[in-house]
Design a protein around this ligand. Sequence first.
Ligand SMILES: [Zn+2]
Length: 392
Amino acid sequence: MIKKLNYIALIMVFLIPLFAVPTNVLANNNENKTLRELYNELLKVEEELKRVNNDKSLTKSKINQIEKNIVRLDNEVVAIGNAIVKTEKEIVKLNENIASKDKEIKELMKFFQLSTGENMYLEYAFGASSMTDFIYRLAVVEQLTKYNNQMIDDMNNMITQQEKKTKELAAQQKNAQVKRRELSSEQVKLGDRVYSLNENSMTLSEEIADAKKTIKNYEKLGCKPNDILSVCSRVNGDVSFARPTLQGLITCGWGCYGGHRAIDIGGIAGENIYATAAGLVVDITWGSTCGGNYVTIQHKVNGKSYASRYMHMASIRVGLHQNVTKDTVLGTVGGYAGGYDRCTTGPHLHFAIANGVYGQDFWSFGSYAINPVNLINFPPAGVWFSSRYRMY
Ligand SMILES: [Zn+2]
């Protein structure tokens, strides 16, 4: 008895996943969380992004300050350089002055020696008009020599001072250059920091965009803040597709009229439309625009995600977030020209299927649409069928 029960249990384990077990639309690690937890996670990432962006703008303003300081230091180095050149010119000038004073002294000395030496009389004979004049001249020469010597001493002092000043300036210039080098390497470091903060901010922005998309999708699937996501996003699984109407014919196939990414099933005004496979109603649109009223259903068929869409409906009989089976009537075929639906020439069902998860992988079927005929057995265009499963 126990053995037999075990056997049955084992069969059940294998069969349940194939037929009955509802599967989660979003296969990721959010399953055991609530929608509120996703909101909180999103908030955290948004705060992190804010912090990174603040850090970035702070670092940028630091870099601006450093750039200003570098410009200031460069100007300082140039100004000091000019001052050094000026001081050096002054030293040259002073040296020239000293040389000329020296020359004067030497000439005076020559005169003095000449006058006090054996040529005294000669000098007296040629230069001075009298002895008094001669003595007076000697006194003046002595005074002048003294004066010139004083001048040379003064100028030598000035040269010493100017040389000292030049050394100080050179030291200042060196300091400015060292400081500038430090600022430059700081600037490079901060630049690297901005770069990595930028990368960080881009990653966080992507994370935020993804999180928002995921949240929007769970909301679309009917999840409320306190719902466990694996429960509220549950989609009935299925193992096959069926035609969405009991009868009809394909009046416009995949690619007809150029770029038709669906099939039109005609000849069935007012008839019931069924879900092509078990699933969850993820969108109901009421509208008088092209396509009129339509229903979108999310499916999981043999573990693969699809969405199906039924357009030009005259009535809709399901609700948003309702779980459906293949036998659920979604509504009735419309598409009457001149009615609520602007974009049709006669009653028909526009039936589209897309690969993936609606609201996560795509919102518009567009490039995700696949030819329904590749998944569901349909007779060729223009051939009438009168069953959802049999060929004709
Ligand atoms: Zn169509």
